[in-house]
Each structure stands twice: as structure tokens, then as C-alpha cells.
Design a binder for this molecule. Structure first.
Ligand code: ZN
Length: 289
């Protein structure tokens, strides 16, 4: 993979770790100093790690997690390794480059590849995936948890999509009315507040809540139990559910929401300093206090 203009920070540690434990692959976001804020480098490293797990017939289940105290604070909107103007070989969409494009095209194309496109690919991985969530799971981090088949949360986990503060109607992978009821989704977006692991479990967004100290062991135990099932059967069961969700409208409503999302980005660009309405990591974090 070729990169240009890398800051020294992003050249040091691998931004995604991969570890096979028996039939289970642990894929771990590894920018704990930035609460695992996702830059493009991390997104492509996740893609590479998932491909590795899929190519290895010994791996039956993939666990996605985050190093440190938090799963992820979302997309990188302010770390030294933010790389929104870098070009990477595209994998989820056709070779429509965002770098060098003006106006709405730039961000529309970039997010179609990195956010909507990648998340859709990962949702369709032909092996069961489990999100192992502790601490913050905010905005762009929700998308990563939601594309996983199961979500196991530690009792200290919390979830929020506060992007309405930027005037944006929810993150790019718009699964909100499917992972919770439509009425709850409105409350979740309108208030932009955190919900606890317990509440996330009560509304059906999370499969299980376990004590923080046993999150890894419990997740591994569930993954190992799943891994005893026939591989092809697991892939078929996963596909059957995903197809049902798409027939219930998930894919189409997500396409429609993506257009509204980019109307909001364009509106912000016309009326404020940037497509994020002048908000940054600090101002967004303040709104979640
Ligand atoms: Zn966006």
C-alpha cells in the first residue's frame, strides 16, 4: 500500500493488530492514544486484516475490538494522523478518486468508499463477526459495531451518534432504524446522548453485556462456541439474515439517507467553515459530557 505525506505518528505502531487464537481471529484497532479514531490508514488496514481472516480456512470467527480503554471514538476528525487528503488504492467502489476533486464531489466520493462502501463489504464477510466493545463507541465507531453479526459489550461501554450537532442526520452507514426501533432512533439522533451498555442491550442493539474484566474471555468463549458450527452453514445463515434485512429496506433506506447526509455536508460547506460545520474532536467530545 502506498501512502504519501504520512505524519511521523502514523508510521510507528501498526494501526490494526491481527492475532489468530485457534479458530478465532482477533482484529484490533490500535490507536489507543487517540481512542482508536479511524483514519483512512486504519480503514484499509482493517480491510487487509479481514481479508486475511477470510483467506485462512482455519479461521471460523472474527472478533473486532479496540486496544485500550475504548472501542473507538469514531472517524478521525483531528488527530495528527488524520489523512483525508491522501489517496489509497480503492477497494469498495470503482476507481473514482476523491483527491483533487472540488466541492461536494470530494467528500461524497471519499465517504462512499471509506465509510458506506467498506462497511457494506464488511457486513457481507462470509464468516461470523463479533464486535467486542468497551468504553466509547461513538459515531463512526457505531458503524463498525453494527456491521458485525453480534455485539458483546462490557458494562462500561457507551454508544452515541452526536453528529446532528454538525447538522448531519446520522453517520454514513445509516442502520439506526434497523438496530433499534424507529422511535428510539429519533431520540438517539435528536438528543445525541450516550446510551449505556445496559440500555443498548434492552433495546436489542447489543447481544450481551458482560463485566469489563471478563469481556475478552466471554467474547472468546462465544466465538469458540460458534466456531464449532459448520463453516458453510454459518455463511448461509448470515446471508439469510442479511438478505432479510435488505428486503426489509435496509439497503435502500441507507442509500436514501446517504444522499441526505451529503446534502448536509454540502449545506455545511456553503454556510460554515467546513463540511463538519466547524466542529472538531474537542467540541464534539464536549457535547457528550
Ligand atoms: Zn460524512
Amino acid at each position: 500500500m502506498s501512502h504519501s505525506q504520512e505524519s511521523p505518528e502514523v508510521q510507528e505502531a501498526p494501526v490494526v493488530l491481527y492475532e489468530a487464537r485457534g479458530a478465532v481471529a482477533f482484529v484490533t484497532m490500535n490507536r489507543p492514544q487517540y481512542r482508536n479514531a479511524q483514519n483512512a490508514k486504519m480503514t484499509y488496514a482493517l480491510e487487509e486484516a479481514f481479508n486475511r481472516a477470510i483467506s485462512d480456512d482455519a479461521i471460523k470467527v472474527i472478533v473486532l475490538g479496540g486496544a485500550g480503554a475504548h472501542f473507538s471514538a469514531g472517524h478521525d476528525i483531528g488527530s495528527p494522523g488524520r489523512d483525508i487528503h491522501q489517496s489509497f488504492p480503492r477497494v469498495a467502489t470503482s476507481n473514482w478518486e476523491h483527491v483533487g476533486k472540488e466541492g461536494a464531489e470530494n467528500i461524497f466520493v471519499r465517504e462512499q468508499e471509506l465509510y458506506l462502501g467498506m462497511c457494506r463489504r464488511w457486513r457481507e464477510l462470509p464468516k461470523p463477526t463479533i464486535a467486542r466493545v468497551q468504553g466509547a463507541c461513538i459515531a463512526g465507531a457505531l458503524m463498525l459495531a453494527w456491521v458485525c453479526d453480534l455485539i458483546i459489550a462490557s458494562d462500561d461501554a457507551f454508544f452515541a451518534d452526536p453528529v446532528l450537532k454538525m447538522g448531519i442526520p446520522g453517520v454514513e452507514y445509516f442502520a439506526h432504524p434497523f438496530v433499534m426501533s424507529p422511535r428510539k432512533a429519533k431520540e438517539f439522533l435528536f438528543l445525541g446522548e450516550k446510551i449505556s451498555a445496559k440500555e443498548a442491550h434492552e433495546i436489542g442493539m447489543v447481544n450481551r453485556v458482560v463485566p469489563a474484566a471478563s469481556l475478552e474471555a466471554e467474547t472468546l468463549a462465544i466465538a469458540e462456541k460458534i466456531s464449532a458450527m459448520p463453516r458453510f452453514g454459518l455463511a448461509l445463515a448470515k446471508k439469510a439474515i442479511n438478505q432479510a434485512e435488505d428486503r426489509m429496506g435496509l439497503r435502500d433506506s441507507m442509500d436514501a439517507a446517504y444522499a441526505l447526509h451529503h446534502l448536509a455536508h454540502a449545506h455545511n460547506t456553503l454556510t460554515s467553515p467546513d463540511h463538519l460545520a466547524g466542529q472538531d474532536a474537542k467540541s464534539m467530545a464536549k457535547s457528550l459530557k
